[in-house]
Design a protein around this ligand. Structure first.
Ligand SMILES: *Cc1c(COP(=O)(O)O)cnc(C)c1O
Length: 369
């Protein structure tokens, strides 16, 4: 059986280092807001070349805290609108609605699965305060047109960088292109903790100070509460683990690029559409390798029968979820087509060439229905 993503094998590579680091945290007697978090924040900020990195509880909270920060700073208020790609993972939407802001769903491009910048301007109103770009599947969602639009309408750009840590655009890392970014270290992400963790990245000193307080009960000083905050902190164990795994991230992303490259050049089957690689290979870290076919379910069953595990990211678009009944009647044809047709092939830094060859061979023999 070729697994979609073998987390056990990924973490086994570093087991000795990880166990030693966890042991040291246990022995230290200090489990939250300590030196390990400080060190990881400093190393992450240095890796990204950003002014601030704030460790938080998870990726959803990272995004929630950014908007909450802007609200506390008086830059946004209830009912303000945030443009967001309609095909994103539900967390992007939850971060917006949790703050009583209004997501404005804009269709993606079918080729890149990322926000279609040509469709954004028509959705801007006098309540629009931000554009959230999502670097979906690990591919950077950025352009000069986006920068110009944000400047023209004085909009913040918030990046959902949960899936694209290590990707670059024009020499800058994703997550440092806009005003602020949310990162996720969910175990299955390219930089994965052994539990939940996330981070807020920004060059904005005021926002950074605010997010730090909001993530810790709205407090800069213990038992002094300036804001109605959350409890969303990255614990010392996860920080120690992530600090080790960060050193191997570029290598792991490079392994993923090699697999993606093999899939792109060797899968030959007219019944499916391969993802389009960006011109600059640094713009994609292949968190997911997502193909499309109108016979998606048949292909998934066929691969399963041949011992190949695949997943669907995602089977139901946000506007068809029961959580958002007010959107259920919206018609977003590109988003809906994507959700009907996508299939994510096995992809991980520990996938062997033999495994990749097997996936390619089985797919090349798929008759198409
Ligand atoms: C994983 C993910 C999140 C949420 O991260 P968690 O750490 O699971 O809370 C947000 N947005 C996208 C696009 C994601 O893939």
């Amino acid at each position: 059986m070729i697994k979609f993503l073998d987390l056990q094998k990924i973490n086994a590579q570093y087991a000795d280092e990880l166990k030693k680091a966890v042991g040291e945290v246990i022995d230290s007697g200090w489990y939250l807001l300590g030196d390990r978090l400080k060190r990881f924040e400093a190393n992450l900020a240095a890796y990204l070349n950003s002014h601030h990195a704030i460790g938080v509880g998870n990726g959803l909270d990272a995004l929630r805290l950014i908007f909450k920060g802007y609200i506390e700073l008086g830059l946004m208020q209830e009912g303000d609108e945030v443009i967001v790609p309609a095909n994103t993972y539900i967390a992007s939407m939850l971060a917006i609605t949790d703050n009583q802001l209004k997501p404005v769903l804009v269709e993606p491009e079918i080729d890149t699965f990322n926000l279609d910048i040509d469709k954004v301007e028509a959705s801007i109103t006098d309540r629009t305060k931000a554009i959230m770009v999502v670097h979906l599947y690990g591919r950077v969602s950025w352009s000069h047109a986006l920068e110009n639009l944000a400047k023209k309408y004085n909009l913040k750009i918030v990046e959902d960088n949960a899936q694209a840590i290590g990707a670059q655009w024009n020499g800058k890392k994703s997550g440092t292109l806009g005003d602020a970014a949310g990162f996720s270290f969910y175990p299955g992400k390219n930089l994965g903790a052994l539990g939940d963790a996330g981070a807020v990245i920004t060059d904005d000193d005021q926002l950074a100070t605010m997010v730090r307080a909001l993530s810790n009960y709205g407090s800069h000083k213990k038992y002094v509460n300036d804001f109605q905050g959350l409890n969303s902190r990255m614990d010392e164990i996860q920080a120690a683990i992530l600090d080790i795994k960060l050193q191997y991230l570029d290598h792991e992303n490079q392994q993923r690029r090699m697999i993606a490259n093999k899939y792109l050049t060797e899968i030959k089957n007219n019944n499916l559409i391969l993802p389009k690689a960006p011109q600059n290979h640094l713009e994609h870290i292949w968190h997911l390798f997502v193909i499309r076919t109108s016979h998606r379910d048949a292909l998934q069953t066929y691969l399963e029968k041949n011992g190949i595990q695949t997943l669907i990211h995602y089977p139901i678009p946000p506007h068809h979820q029961k959580a958002y009944p007010q959107w259920n009647k919206m018609y977003l044809p590109i988003t809906e087509k994507i959700h009907h047709e996508v299939l994510s092939l096995p992809m991980s830094p520990v996938q062997t060439i033999t495994e990749t060859n097997h996936v390619i061979e089985v797919i090349n023999h798929w008759p198409g229905e």
